[in-house]
Every structure is written in C-alpha cells, then in structure tokens.
Design a protein around this ligand. Structure first.
Ligand SMILES: O=C(O)CCC(=O)C(=O)O
Ligand SMILES: [Fe+2]
Length: 261
C-alpha cells in the first residue's frame, strides 16, 4: 500500500497511533464544520500516472456514456410534490463511467484495503464501513471531457468518497451546498432556490490530482461544472456502506450504468 498511499503523511497503516488519531480528529472537525474533508497528496503521483494511463484507453473503448436529463433526486416523481414544482426542475448530465468490473489495479486495492475503510469509519463516527459487493457500483471511475459535467443531485449514501486522478485545466469544479435538506425536512423551496441560482451559501472547490475528498452527499446538494479545455477530469468514486453485502438492484444498475451484472 506504501506505493499507492503516502503513508508517511497519512499513516493509515498505524491505526490508533497518536498520528492516526490526530488525523482522524482533523477530518472529523472539518466534517463537522464544512460537511467535508480533503487530504491532498493522499495518493502518490506514480499511482495517478499509471491509473490514468491504464484507464484512458478504456474510457475511449468501453465506458458507459451517461447523457441524460434528470432532477436533483434522480427520481421521476416525489410523493407530495407537484410535478411542476421548481424543485423538480430538470438538468442535464454528461460523463463517462467505468464500473468496478472494468477498474482494477491500485484503485481496487485501495478500495478493498481494510485499513482504509477503518479510517473512513472513524472519521464518520461509524463502528465500521464495508465495501459494496456490487460488481458495477462498488468503485467507479468517471471521466469528464470538455463540455461534460455531473449536474445537481443528492447522493444515496450518507457519505461519498472520491479520489481525483487527473484535474482538468479549467472548469470541472465541485460546487456544493451543505445541509440543504435534512432527513426530516426536504426543504423543497430551498432546493428550488439553489436550482434557480439564487442560493448565497453555494460553495465551490477546485480539487488537485491526488486529493482524497469525503463529503456528506446525501443532504448536501452538489454538482461538477462543465470541464473546459483538452485535459479530462478523471475521478474515482468509492462507495461504502455500514452493512456488508450492499448492492444495487438490476434496475438501478441499468439506470446508472446501462447494463446489469
Ligand atoms: O466527480 C465528483 O467530484 C463528484 C462525483 C459525485 O458527486 C457522485 O459520483 O455522486
Ligand atoms: Fe454525488
């Protein structure tokens, strides 16, 4: 794992050591304050270079191109919400996805490394976190070319873990609005305000390659703005659940990836 993660800076292999505990505390404080934490330089430049070299041809040959209109919920209808409510305004998303069964190497190794899941669980105050067993959804790598982006949405899982493999020259920013809703209050009017471009609490983050980003995606609305220029934005998305064995239904797999497995 030393050749993948910078373990000198981020000693995930020394669980419960003072340095590990300090890192967990810092991540927890950031999560409490901002709904996210970032560990820059988390993975080594060689790993980034190899992963990009390995995955780039696969994006050209076999990625699922995801182009569709959707609302922020990724659901056709929301119970209790009129179909013409502005919170259901549709937006367009275009990007390319490689699924877990198409991504191996260092990303799979990191995803399945128990010390990584243990560290993440500690930052989120969970007893444990487990990788999904879903052959498609477990870990994905997404590629955004010029003009492509991922539009406004809430995630299904409480937290989302990403690792930027290659940053674009311009655009491709991560925009987010922390705690736009809660599990008890859907705040439809606040959602409508955000979609109308009128939410003053919108924040923007420009990630650098190698950064691990963890954010509360379930109630934080977020999007990736369109990439500009010839360098693609390539990012791994690692999904963990509090129970072992999580997987999508065949219908969800087809909705997200265009195929079932
Ligand atoms: O590409 C990113 O930075 C965010 C990805 C994301 O929001 C998602 O996969 O749900
Ligand atoms: Fe997301």
């Amino acid at each position: 794992m030393q050749s993948i993660v910078d373990l000198h800076r981020y000693p995930l292999d020394h669980q419960e050591s003072p340095e590990w505990l300090a890192l967990v505390d810092r991540a927890k404080a950031d999560l409490a304050r901002e709904g996210m934490f970032n560990l820059d330089g988390f993975v080594r430049p060689d790993m980034l270079r190899d992963a990009v070299a390995e995955l780039s041809p696969k994006f050209a040959a076999e990625a699922f191109t995801h182009k569709r209109r959707h609302n922020i919920y990724f659901r056709k209808t929301i119970e209790g919400l009129a179909p013409d409510h502005p919170a259901l305004r549709e937006v367009e998303t275009i990007n390319r996805t490689l699924c877990a069964d198409q991504v191996g190497g260092a990303i799979k190794a990191l995803y399945e490394w128990p010390a990584f899941a243990a560290f993440l669980a500690a930052t989120m105050d969970k007893p444990a976190l487990y990788p999904m067993v879903d052959p498609l959804a477990a870990h994905n790598v997404m590629c955004y070319q010029a003009g492509e982006g991922l539009n406004w949405h809430f995630d299904r899982s409480e937290f989302t873990v990403t690792l930027l493999l290659q940053a674009p020259d311009a655009g491709g920013d991560f925009e987010y609005r922390s705690d736009l809703r809660t599990d008890d209050d859907p705040n439809y009017d606040g959602v409508a305000r955000l979609l109308n471009g009128a939410d003053p609490e919108l924040r923007r983050l420009s990630l650098s390659a190698g950064t691990l980003n963890v954010f509360r995606g379930k109630n934080t609305a977020h999007r990736v703005t369109p990439v500009q220029g010839g360098k693609d934005r390539i990012i791994a998305v690692l999904t963990y659940y509090e129970r072992p064995g999580a997987r999508f239904t065949a219908e969800e797999q087809i909705g997200f990836y265009g195929r079932a497995a």
